[in-house]
Design a protein around this ligand. Structure first.
Ligand code: ADP
Ligand code: MG
Length: 385
């Protein structure tokens, strides 16, 4: 992180026009244009967002190359294949994104790349590409935490104010977080074993629904009876808001035995989906209680991550937020699964605060959100936008 000071132009109207990021960089904060690169798992993705004082925030490009075809034969993501596929595609995706946005590198205010957590070979591809562009074009570089990118997306799409409660549910993560500011995340609960997307994927494999598991399982569940199988609901009603999903796939295997007829598969999928929704609702309700105990009133309940694409889960969380009397915010599905737009947006939010990173910043396979610096560290502000 570099030190910064502000240069004020526009007199009493407090129009902050230029921001000194370092001896090298001045930033025009009323016209920001950020390129974002995402390569932490199985999507190679590039996004461009801008935030102009006159036109507001806009997504100018969103290019995603999924690796489903490469990983399907193995029933899951193979890290080495993922890293090679990122390397083959990233340059072309950057070119496509610039063309889609109708800009050149010269129009950018900064370059953001996911630097962790994730599959390290893949993370390094995006991070090195971002650093190379930043170095060649003399632009500020922003090392983005993948989880932070998911966490802040709702501010791009719905302008959600801090603090808010975030349920982050993806293939690699399952957490409840109090988002207090940029870089200020308080983890209220996490999974003790599998992530919820991992549970969807493993159960889908067990039911012969293939990869990617979550969307296939949701489709199969449409024709099933959610009450057909009485599956356990791990952690339900327990204090705190941690999760546990690893027992569910064993319970499902025992329940269906080897009788995988289309109807049994549909019933098993519907039952599993309903039980997972029950667990997520119970844990999120607990998290509301924990926030209340800390005298924090979240402005919204936000869901993010690939599992947020699930319509049953969305509807149940919506009902919970209604009962709690706060808005429910779910970004569009394309921005819930991994994408470059969310990385660009997190980069923009950080850059606006003067938070940039040196070009020797390491790529990290593990990078807990509470290790970040942000609004609290910079200005001592809590709970404010
Ligand atoms: P990660 O990069 O951690 O794998 P993503 O944000 O890319 O996470 O999300 C992928 C995960 O989301 C996978 O586990 C996938 O099965 C799950 N998922 C995607 N769509 C759905 C859905 N409709 N229902 C349930 N899970 C889903
Ligand atoms: Mg993914």
């Amino acid at each position: 992180m570099t030190c910064s000071f502000w240069q004020f132009e526009g007199g009493q109207d407090f129009l902050v026009k230029r921001h000194r990021l370092s001896s090298e960089f001045w930033l025009d904060t009323i016209r920001m244009m950020i390129l974002g690169l995402e390569t932490s798992c199985d999507e190679t993705a590039v996004g461009i967002v801008n935030d102009n004082a006159d036109t507001g925030r806009r997504i100018l490009a969103n290019r995603v190359a999924s690796q489903i075809v490469e990983h399907r034969p193995y029933g899951g993501v193979v890290p080495e294949i993922a890293a090679r596929a990122h390397l083959e595609r990233i340059d072309d995706l950057v070119r496509q994104a610039l063309a889609e946005a109708g800009i050149t590198f010269a129009d950018l205010s900064g370059v953001a790349a996911t630097c962790g957590p994730g599959l390290i070979g893949g993370v390094m591809v995006g991070a090195m590409t971002g650093k190379a562009i930043a170095a060649a074009r003399r632009l500020p570089f922003i090392a983005v935490n993948h989880l932070e990118a998911h966490a802040l997306t709702a501010r791009l799409t719905h302008d959600v104010a801090f603090p808010y409660l975030l349920l982050l549910v993806s293939g690699g993560h399952c957490q409840l977080l109090l988002v207090r500011g940029v870089g200020a995340y308080q983890r209220l609960g996490t999974t003790m074993d599998d992530a919820v997307g991992e549970c969807f994927d493993k159960c889908a494999k067990l039911l012969g629904l293939g990869y990617p598991g979550g969307p296939n399982l949701e489709r199969a569940a449409e024709k099933g009876d959610p009450k057909a199988f009485d599956l356990p609901r791990p952690m339900l009603g327990r204090p705190g808001c941690d999760f546990s999903f690893s027992g569910l796939k064993t319970a499902l295997r025992l329940a269906v035995a080897d009788r995988l007829t289309p109807q049994i598969v549909a019933n098993a999928a519907a039952s599993l989906q309903s039980v997972i929704a029950d667990i997520l609702v119970d844990r999120t309700d607990r998290a509301f209680g924990m926030a209340r105990a800390m005298n924090v009133t979240p402005s919204a309940l936000v869901v993010a991550g690939g599992v947020a694409a699930n319509q049953t889960i969305r509807a149940r969380l919506d009902a919970l937020a209604n009962r709690a009397g706060i808005p429910f915010v779910a970004p569009p599905v394309a921005l819930c699964t991994d994408n470059g737009v969310m990385v660009a947006w997190a980069g923009l939010e950080r850059l606006r605060l003067g938070l940039t990173d040196p070009l020797d910043t390491a790529s990290l396979p593990r990078w807990p959100l509470d290790m970040l610096t942000g609004v609290e560290a910079v200005s001592g502000i809590q709970d404010g936008t």
